[in-house]
Design a protein around this ligand. Structure first.
Ligand code: SF4
Length: 240
C-alpha cells in the first residue's frame, strides 16, 4: 500500500534548501534539515540544530507539503539532512511518502542510530555517511562515549545495503593526526569502502573557539596524506 502525504504528521524540519546540485550526486534536489543531534562534534558548523526546537519554530507541515507539491516533476530528489535525521521516529514514513510522490531520497547521516538507519536504507537512492575518526577515537570528535561502535555498525549497514554512498571525513589537525586518518582509511577499505571524500575543516559557524583560532594556519591537505588516500580509494574526492 502506498503512503500518501495525507498520512504525514509534523516533523522537526528547521529549514529547507529549495534547490541544490551538490548535496545529492547527479540529481537536482531540495534539502530538508531536521533539527536535533545526539553528538557534539567539536567542528560542527550546525550547532544551532543540536537541540529540538519548540514546535512554533519548525517549518510548518503545510509549508513542507506545499514545497513538495510545487517541486514535483521539477526536482529529482529530496535530501534529508540535519542535525541528524535518523533520530526522528517519523523519518521512515516521511521518506516513503516523499518517494511515493516521485522524488528520489538522499540521506546525510552521522550513523548514530544504526537500527533506524537500517529501516530507511531501502528507501534511499544515496547516503552520505560522515566517518569522523578511526572508530576507536570517535569520542575525540563527537565527545560522546560509545559513538565509534555505532558509526562502525552504520558503515557496515550502508556497505551491505548496495545503496550508492559516499563516506566523508572532516579533518582538523588539532583533533586528529594524519596517521589517524590513514589508519581510519585502511580500516574503511578493509570493510569494502570504495567511495570516499576528504574535506578540510573550515572555521565558518564552528562554535569551538580553540578550533576556529587554530584553523588559521591550515593550508590544505599535505602531499603525503593525499597520496596515501589516493592509493587506498578507487573513488577519492578532496575538498580543501
Ligand atoms: S553529527 Fe553532525 S550535526 Fe551532530 S554534532 Fe556532529 S557534525 Fe554536528
Amino acid at each position: 500500500m502506498k503512503s500518501g502525504v495525507g498520512d504525514l504528521t509534523d516533523i522537526c524540519v528547521a529549514g529547507i534548501t529549495p534547490f541544490t546540485t551538490i548535496d545529492f550526486p547527479g540529481r537536482l534536489a531540495g534539502v530538508f534539515y531536521l533539527q536535533g543531534c545526539l553528538w557534539r562534534c567539536r567542528y560542527c558548523y550546525n550547532a544551532e540544530f543540536w537541540n529540538l526546537p519548540p514546535a512554533g519554530t519548525r517549518v510548518p507541515l503545510d509549508k513542507l507539503l506545499q514545497f513538495l507539491s510545487a517541486r514535483k516533476g521539477h526536482l529529482d530528489g529530496i535530501v534529508f539532512s540535519g542535525g541528524e535525521p535518523t533520530i526522528h521516529e517519523r523519518l521512515p514514513v516521511w521518506m516513503k511518502a516523499v518517494k511515493d510522490m516521485g522524488f528520489e531520497i538522499g540521506l546525510h547521516t552521522g550513523g548514530m542510530v544504526p537500527e533506524y538507519l537500517e529501516k530507511v536504507l531501502p528507501l534511499c537512492s544515496w547516503v552520505g555517511l560522515d566517518i569522523k575518526a578511526p572508530f576507536s577515537l570517535y569520542e575525540k570528535v563527537t565527545l560522546i562515549a560509545g559513538s565509534g561502535a555505532l558509526a562502525r555498525r552504520s558503515a557496515e549497514l550502508v556497505l551491505a545495503s548496495g545503496v550508492a554512498y559516499e563516506f566523508r571525513t572532516t579533518f582538523h589537525p588539532e583533533v586528529l593526526s594524519e596517521d589517524d586518518i590513514l589508519e581510519m582509511a585502511r580500516d574503511l577499505v578493509s570493510m569494502g569502502c570504495k567511495h570516499y571524500t576528504f574535506q578540510m575543516f573550515h572555521p565558518d559557524h564552528c562554535t569551538d573557539k580553540e578550533l576556529r583560532e587554530s584553523a588559521v594556519p591550515i593550508a590544505g591537505i599535505s602531499a603525503n596524506l593525499r597520496q596515501g588516500l589516493k592509493s587506498l580509494f578507487p573513488k577519492l574526492q578532496v575538498r580543501e
